[in-house]
Each structure stands twice: as C-alpha cells, then as structure tokens.
Design a protein. Structure first.
Length: 133
C-alpha cells in the first residue's frame, strides 16, 4: 500500500477498480478522508489507498519519461546512467550500495533501496522544482 504522505498532485500511480488496473495521474490528495483523485485515460475518480498501487521504477519506466541511457557513461562497475537534461539517475546492480544515485547540478542523493515512480517524481521535484511527467 502507498503512504498518503508520499503522494502529490502530478504523481503517477496504478489504479485498481474491480480488478482492472490502469495507470493514472494524481489530480488531488484528500489527507482528511484518505482518498486520492486520479485521472486515467477514461475518467477521473476518487480512490481509497487500498485501490492504488505504485509504479515500479524500471529502465522502461525511465525511457517512457524521456530519459535516455548514456552508454558511454554506463559500465558494470559504474552502473547504468540515465539522463534527462541536467538530471541523471545512476542505477547500480542489486546488492551495490548505493543502489541508485540521483544527481542534479550540485546535489546528489544516494538511495540504498529500490524506489517507485512517484518517489522518483518527488525527488525530482524537490531537486529541480519541476514536476517529472
């Protein structure tokens, strides 16, 4: 289950309604009622936290967000580097500490655990002041 305090407008999540899962964008978070308004391709609907799933961060997810893999800067020892403008994600092999390094200008964040797409979006926003879509 996703923690409501990690969700912000613009974040991407997976909705589960009647067993059908669809990716959607958060429009609004109601902390009091613990519900989230999500827009999918078909509609906008308020979801309980039980009906929301995180999008796992993968190479395909990064590529969908218009990151590109920098083959010249990628190596088994140095991890894979994905770049979008001045922001980069260095992804190391499982078991390496840190697992991920997020870098923007003079700030680098080292993460030891896998993160979800909405967590990456929150890091990106905190570091760049822009939302990652």
């Amino acid at each position: 289950m996703i923690n409501i305090h990690e969700l912000k407008s613009g974040d991407t999540v997976i909705t589960n309604y009647g067993g059908a899962e669809k990716e959607g964008k958060i429009l609004q978070v109601d902390h009091e009622d613990k519900k989230v308004l999500v827009a999918t391709d078909e509609s906008e609907y308020w979801y309980d936290l039980d009906n929301l799933l995180p999008v796992h961060l993968t190479e395909a997810t990064l590529l969908k967000l218009q990151f590109h893999k920098d083959e010249a800067a990628s190596s088994p020892a140095g991890g894979s580097l994905y770049v979008r403008g001045p922001f980069s994600v260095r992804w190391f092999d499982e078991g390496h500490k840190p697992l991920l390094q997020l870098h923007y200008r003079d700030e680098t964040r080292a993460l030891n655990e896998p993160i979800t797409l909405n967590e990456l979006q929150n890091h990106y926003h905190a570091m760049t002041l822009y939302h990652l879509e």
